[in-house]
Design a protein around this ligand. Structure first.
Ligand SMILES: [Zn+2]
Length: 281
């Protein structure tokens, strides 16, 4: 171990500063969204089977709700611009802007060079949970998605129902493309209903039994035309393990709601990021 400097205590005592203060971030008009939602009507639904994934599309200005049904279940969630799949959810920048776990009013932001809100969380029945004594919270944007490559690396397994594979198959089927074309479209997820954090002593990513119960839901407003893919994680409530068939798993319900357009008032789909793109040349 390296030598501890004399002023180590002073250096450690420096107070942190927030990397990205969000005071100037355009705020969602939740009041308007909720008013439009009140008179919205259901226009479609997808039931995602346990250890599988499902795709769904949501037009800009519509709403979608993900609900736990039958038993506690977490979902690995991917999002694309339905008209241009190169614009996809950017988990890392969303984390940098809103923190490690998403709450009501937070947005799912898209990749460069677009970097605009794709979806806004308008309601979450787990918003009471907050941050527990272990540092755990729900709906993280820190995990990547369970995948067969990491499983193989750690124990030589070839498990085919990790969220990465579930999402790959669902996207391939939805778009009518080969698995090899679909796989690169899959990206780091939002872990819906999953309860996670980092251990204070070793800094390791942890999970614990999700507090979600049947009937709990999280609801989003689609800021742009969206293609979504949701995997009912083989970890179930992620209380013990994932990447195998051991955990009890349950379906997840996705419902789409069409708004009363006039209730959205002056709302407009956000434009792509206005950075001039020159990179100094
Ligand atoms: Zn998973």
């Amino acid at each position: 171990m390296s030598t501890i400097p004399n002023d180590a205590k002073t250096r450690r005592a420096v107070a942190p500063v927030i990397c990205y203060p969000t005071d100037t971030l355009p705020k969602p008009d939740l009041k308007t969204y909720r008013a439009a939602r009140l008179e919205a009507h259901k226009s479609g639904e997808v039931v995602v089977a346990p250890r599988e994934a499902g795709c769904f599309t949501v037009p800009a200005g519509h709403f979608f709700r993900i609900t736990s049904v039958e038993g506690p279940q977490v979902g690995d969630f991917n999002l694309w611009n339905a008209n241009d799949l190169s614009e996809r959810f950017y988990s890392g920048k969303t984390r940098a802007l809103h923190g490690s776990h998403l709450n009501t009013g937070d947005r799912m932001w898209s990749s460069f060079p677009y970097l605009r809100p794709m979806a806004t969380i308008i309601e979450d029945t787990l918003d009471w949970y907050g941050i527990d004594d272990f540092g755990g919270a729900v709906h993280d944007v820190i995990g990547t998605r369970c995948d067969p490559y990491t499983g193989n690396l750690l124990d030589g397994s070839h498990y085919h129902h990790c969220c990465h594979s579930n999402l790959t198959r669902a996207v391939a089927d939805h778009l009518g493309i080969a698995l090899t074309e679909a796989e690169p479209l899959v990206h780091d997820v939002m872990n819906v209903f999953m309860c996670t954090g980092f251990t204070r002593d070793t800094g390791q990513y942890f999970m614990k039994a999700s507090p979600v119960r049947p009937g709990d839901y999280i609801e989003f407003f689609a800021e742009i035309d969206l293609l979504g893919a949701l995997s009912a994680c083989p970890g179930g409530d992620c209380s013990a393990e994932h990447s195998n068939d051991a955990a009890p798993c349950f379906p997840l319900l996705v419902e789409i709601f069409a708004p009363q357009k006039e209730k959205l008032g002056a709302w407009q789909s956000p434009a792509p990021n206005r950075y001039d793109g020159s990179h100094g040349r």
